[in-house]
Design a protein around this ligand. Structure first.
Ligand code: F6P
Length: 404
């Protein structure tokens, strides 16, 4: 049989490592012949836009390069499959591609929305009695997938956030005048990534002095009070704020994607304007923006290795005859850090969000407790030896014309 793999949702530093895991494991299996990459996630399966990965990835060096390349080498999408009872046409098109290409297993690397596709497609095939295995491989910097201990991509983003935050702390502390620096972190409705900046507390930093996550109530009035209190103690106050905290209408664009998610951005500059207007001190906001999910020169080795391993495990799962499953991590221990890879039903993961536990947030709702540090610390450990190209990291890319 042949297999196909696709990548979906927002990019991370580790999605290509999971692709390498699927690819390498499939190469080992005599019963797998062609390994197709579907361009732009499930859209490639609908449009029959597949590329033969064996004609692009040849050597171990190619795979190493792909492992250190951020984003999704096959492109991505935010495509919501309709309910097949209402519209079966798109399922028929996917099936046509799969039958024409003799695909016996399809691996979808994505977040909670992509697991909706895994669930719907596997349920449709089961009802039609079609034997094609559908397996989900998790990823997201938001770390908000249910069942799994953490998600591939999160550890690298958390390492970037902590490292950049530490550099910002150094930079912001040089002048004698009081200042406030507000750092906006991604993560949608979940505060995991913003909260991970608290690892610096475990390394002896007092900052970030304030950390705001969507799981705690937020009000501008309380924020101002918190900032004033911290300014009384510190010359340079550093604030980490999640893009997903509750703010008045109009601060964000209001534009939504196919899954109904709002495009979030702008909270940092909103709070900057508020501090300037009310306190009048030196204030700067910094939006970490896409850098926090694509800065693979600073990725976590643990994250990249685990992401490859969970991709490989996905192939073994399909070959065991399972379908409609999502691969998940189960943590056995923080120190020494130990995880196993298991499976969960896609319906347990699809369209659900895992919030930051309440015990990780302090009583005032403006910082993270030390209890969270044991969870975060192992995920950011280790570095890749990055191959460089004339002074900048080398990336693996696919010819643009093949992706159009
Ligand atoms: O996929 C997760 C994520 O990176 C969120 O943290 C962020 O809010 C969103 O994607 C951004 O979406 P897009 O890449 O479509 O701008």
């Amino acid at each position: 049989m042949n297999i196909a793999v696709a990548q979906s949702g927002g990019p991370t530093c580790a999605i290509n490592a999971s692709l390498v895991g699927v690819f390498k494991e499939s190469l080992k299996e005599p019963e797998i012949d062609a390994i197709f990459g579907s361009v732009n996630g499930i859209e490639g399966m609908i449009e029959n836009h597949l590329i033969d990965l064996k004609t692009m990835i040849f050597t171990n060096e190619d795979m190493e390069l792909l492992r250190q390349t951020p984003s999704t080498v096959l492109g991505s999408c935010r495509y919501k499959l309709p309910d097949w009872h209402e519209d079966e046409s798109v399922y028929k098109r996917i099936l046509r591609t799969m039958q024409q290409r003799q695909i016996g297993a399809f691996f979808y690397i994505g977040g909670n929305d992509s697991m909706d596709t895994v669930q719907k497609l596997s349920a449709y095939f089961a009802e039609q009695e079609i034997d094609i295995k559908i397996i989900g491989i998790p990823k997201t910097i938001d770390n908000d997938l249910c069942v799994t201990d953490h998600t591939p991509g999160f550890g690298s983003a958390a390492k970037y956030v902590a490292t950049t935050m530490q550099e910002i702390i150094r930079d912001s502390s040089v002048y004698s005048i009081p200042s406030v620096t507000i750092v906006e972190v991604m993560g949608r409705h979940a505060g995991w990534l913003t909260a991970s900046s608290a690892v610096l507390h475990g390394l002896g930093e007092a900052a970030p002095h304030l950390i705001y996550v969507p799981e705690a109530d937020f009000s501008l009035e309380k924020f101002m009070k918190d900032v004033r209190q911290e300014m009384a103690k510190h010359k340079a106050v550093i604030v980490a704020v999640s893009e997903g905290i509750e703010v008045p209408e109009g601060v964000q664009s209001g534009v939504v994607d196919n899954f109904g998610h709002k495009y979030l951005s702008g909270i940092g500059s909103y709070l900057e304007r508020a501090v300037r207007a009310e306190i009048g001190c030196k204030v700067r906001s910094i939006e970490l923006n896409v850098m926090q999910r694509c800065s693979s020169h600073l990725c976590s080795r643990t994250d990249i290795d685990e992401s490859e391993a969970i991709g490989s495990a996905g192939v073994r799962c399909a070959l065991r005859g399972e379908t409609g499953k999502v691969m998940v991590f189960r943590r056995l221990n923080d120190m020494p850090y130990t995880v196993t890879i298991e499976t969960a039903d896609a319906k347990e993961v699809a369209n659900r969000e895992k919030a930051l536990p309440r015990e990780y947030i302090n009583a005032a709702g403006n910082n993270i407790t030390d209890q969270a540090l044991g969870y975060f610390m192992p995920l950011i450990q280790g570095e890749l030896v990055i191959q460089m190209n004339h002074g900048v990291p080398a990336h693996f890319t696919i010819q643009e014309s093949l992706l159009k």
